[in-house]
Design a protein around this ligand. Structure first.
Ligand SMILES: Cc1ncc(C[n+]2csc(CCOP(=O)(O)OP(=O)(O)O)c2C)c(N)n1
Ligand SMILES: [Mg+2]
Length: 740
């Protein structure tokens, strides 16, 4: 562990080496550094002008942060290393090769803006060619992406065959780049170090010795909150110094030579495979937080003047003059050239084509691979047209539970596709692998045993335990998927998915749309969900799928039986979109819906409901664990009341099969929508609204819903039974509807 503290006595001049180079930087590199830093400042100034003229709509500057940006760009390699920057990284981007014109395209929101095509605010960089990942506006979510990205690099280096392309699944559309010594750079502000995900990222980067270069750009403020309020003791370096395997630097980030040497040491450390590095750079923020903020409201003039004396742009200019690297004429000429170029770029950007309103639906999902298509519609091996002879049908005794078939599907997919990795809480057989190998223990393989035996077959680098941190699981998986891996991660209980909500809602679902299809992160999040457990109580019984079906960009799957679970999981893994795969705990080992294993190519397409029972008097639309309960009620009402019911199992909730619902309701003229989640604002509300809207003239009765009460699920079975929809509730509702 090396720590470099700021030495207040060290002036730039003293760093000059006798050889004439400046800590390894040549005179020309220093001139170029000034060119980049001055350009960065001037693009900010131009955007501010355009904002005041109402020609652009948002501005946030990199002012004061230019020196570290240029230093990092000198040390790291565009299109080779990976970058997870934040909005103050303009100079970094320019140093890597992004142009002022591209940035100004972002400011006006032009169709050709390389970061998002006018979808994301300016200064939220993405640049596919340079390996710059798309950015949200959430402070800190990028840190775990960098960790996952570094893990993927290591994985591909150790599994070179995994990088190969394959036709017919997501791999066809995902090129993999591997060098073996690439670094994942991630930057964030001092305030953002308060986010939990920052600590989750440090923890994993440290523990796995990952080549992640953390650049902490400490300008002393997070909007108006000063660093001593934000960070215990006022200094983040002091707090993180206990993390093992790190290389630490704390520097004056307004001096490009100091910053260059620090980044060089840090990058060398990462590239050598020793572990992560942490560069804590003290910088300034001369332009307020953004154009929507006026720092004079909370910072006195004296403090602002103190900062101004450290402004990296004039400071480097003075240095170049003092060292005789450029004279005044040289500086003036350089600045004039830059000013003229930016003026011309701004004029051109203002004339650039704007995105078309019709384009808004582009790239919510993969344009390349449609999981609703016939390519994902196959027969079970034992029911394929060429294998229909009775002899090939498996005996009923071969019927397996949903848990068995999910496990078997994961196993076959992992054999087929070396890009699949599985991680989550307790999913490994045993992290202390030798215990299983020495046959001292059997191994766990998930709290519900869904991943049992996979670590033993595929190794601990493909199946492993995560820390107990749900954002860590989803955030890392996203970074891995961006590089081409296919993480199939597990959230142990739906009730505990919420720490990952920011990653799911604001990141995972958005990567493709936000980057205008430049970047994608298709992966699978398996989640154990639901109640009817007897004793599951409040925090082991929740549903809540509508929270996720409300998110554009996320596929949501909810099988009700073993065969569908196998087919839908395979589609989820092979497709090119992020999928939330909801597995009902009560169905894992239920007798209902068991099936023999349908073979290694069985797939069910998304958006195709199954008619579980056909009928003519009324339609019941449901999914998940309500399917077997509704079926009981349907059989009873047919027997006792001679009411003929059509029971539809949706199987996937986003997309969902509207056509099957509509065809059925047109035939029966009555519909009941049943779901396990609490009634109000639940999944059935959307279907009910759509039936009312589009099928009004076909209805002979009001649209009915049966769901859980608007409470949580109680522990005592009497409470649970009263809260969750029971076959008797379904029966009653069907009867009322039939008699209406
Ligand atoms: C999760 C989240 N919370 C709040 C915000 C609003 N916000 C945007 S930037 C910012 C301050 C960030 O400060 P810091 O990390 O120090 O970076 P700086 O802007 O100073 O470079 C806040 C609170 C946000 N974008 N995301
Ligand atoms: Mg700050």
């Amino acid at each position: 562990m090396a720590t470099t503290k700021i030495d207040p006595k060290l002036s730039e001049g003293e760093q000059k080496k006798e050889s004439g180079s400046y800590q390894g930087l040549t005179r020309q590199q220093l001139i170029d550094a000034y060119r980049i830093m001055f350009t960065s400042r001037r693009v900010d100034d131009r955007e501010i002008l355009l904002k005041r003229q109402q020609k652009v709509f948002f501005q946030i500057s990199g002012a004061g942060h230019e020196a570290i940006g240029v230093a990092a760009a000198y040390v790291l390699k565009a299109g080779y290393d990976w970058f997870f920057p934040y909005y103050r990284d303009r100079a970094l981007l320019l140093g890597l090769g992004a142009t002022p014109y591209e940035m100004l395209l972002g400011a006006v929101g032009a169709a050709d803006d390389p970061s998002s095509g006018g979808r994301q605010m300016p200064s939220h960089w993405a640049h596919k060619r340079l390996n710059v990942f798309t950015q949200s506006s959430c402070t800190g979510t990028q840190v775990l992406h960098a960790v996952g990205c570094a893990e993927a690099g290591r994985y591909f280096a150790q599994h070179p065959n995994a990088a190969r392309k394959a036709e017919g699944d997501y791999r066809q559309f995902k090129d993999v780049q591997v060098h073996g010594d690439e670094i994942a750079y991630v930057s964030l502000g001092d305030g953002t170090t308060s986010e939990g995900e920052f600590w989750e990222a440090l923890n994993t980067a440290s523990n796995r010795r990952l080549p992640v270069l953390f650049s902490i750009q400490d300008n002393g403020y997070a909007i108006s909150v000063p660093v001593e309020v934000q960070t215990a003791g006022g200094n983040i370096s002091r707090l993180v110094s206990g993390f093992p395997n790190f290389h630490f630097e704390e520097i004056d980030g307004t001096d490009p030579i100091v910053a260059y040497t620090a980044f060089k040491r840090a990058a060398d450390y990462c590239r050598s495979g020793s572990g992560p590095a942490f560069v804590h750079a003290h910088v300034i923020r001369p332009y307020s937080h953004s154009l929507s903020d006026d720092e004079r409201l909370y910072r006195p003039e004296s403090e602002r003047e103190r900062d101004a004396a450290r402004d990296p742009v004039p400071r480097l200019q003075m240095f170049l003059l003092r060292e005789g690297i450029l004279d005044e004429t040289g500086i003036n000429q350089l600045e004039k050239e830059i000013e003229e170029q930016i003026q011309a770029d701004a004029d051109r950007a203002l004339d650039a084509a704007l995105p078309q309103p019709e384009s808004i639906y582009n790239f919510v999902y993969s344009p390349d691979l449609d999981p609703k298509s016939a390519a994902f519609d196959t027969h079970p091996a034992y029911a394929a047209p060429e294998a229909t002879s009775e002899g090939k049908r498996p005996a009923a005794s071969q019927a397996k539970t949903m848990a068995d078939l999910i496990n078997a599907t994961l196993r076959d997919e992992m054999r087929r596709d070396e890009r699949i990795v599985i991680f989550g809480e307790d999913v490994a057989d045993a992290s202390r692998e030798e215990y299983v190998k020495q046959k001292l223990v059997k191994g766990k393989g998930g709290v519900f045993k869904l991943t049992s035996g996979l670590q033993m077959e595929f190794g601990a680098d493909r199946v492993f335990n995560s820390p107990l941190a749900e954002a860590n699981i989803v955030g890392r998986a996203l970074g891995m998927a961006a590089r081409g891996l296919k993480p199939v991660v597990e959230i142990q209980f739906f009730d505990y998915i919420w720490p990952a909500m920011m990653q799911l809602r604001d990141e995972l679902a958005l990567v493709r749309w936000r980057s205008n299809n430049a970047i994608s992160s298709p992966l699978v999040v398996r989640v154990a969900i639901g109640g009817y457990l007897t004793g599951g109580a409040i925090y082991h019984s929740q549903c809540g799928e509508s929270t996720f079906t409300h998110i554009p960009g996320l596929r949501v799957v909810f099988p009700s039986n073993a065969l569908d679970a196998a087919g839908l999981l395979r589609t989820s893994i092979r497709c090119d979109d992020p999928v939330l795969f909801l597995e009902h705990k009560r169905l894992y080992r239920e007798t209902y819906g068991r099936a023999p294993y349908p073979g290694p190519d069985y797939m069910v397409p998304f958006g195709k409901a199954k008619i579980v029972h056909s009928g003519s008097n009324l339609t019941v639309v449901t999914y998940g664990a309500v399917v077997p309960r509704a079926l009981q009620a349907v059989q009873k009402i047919e027997r006792e009341q001679q009411v003929s019911v059509e029971l539809i199992d949706l199987r996937t909730l986003n997309p969902f099969d509207w056509d099957t619902i509509a065809d059925s309701v047109k035939k029966t003229n009555r519909v009941l929508i049943a779901y396990e989640d609490s009634l109000s604002w639940g999944y059935g509300a959307e279907i009910a609204a759509r039936v009312a809207d589009e099928l009004f003239h076909h209805l002979d009765a009001p649209v009915k819903r049966i769901a859980a009460t608007d409470t949580f699920v109680g522990y005592q079975p009497i409470l649970e039974n009263a809260i969750l929809p029971q076959p008797s509730d379904l029966y009653r509702a069907m009867k009322e509807l039939a008699e209406f």
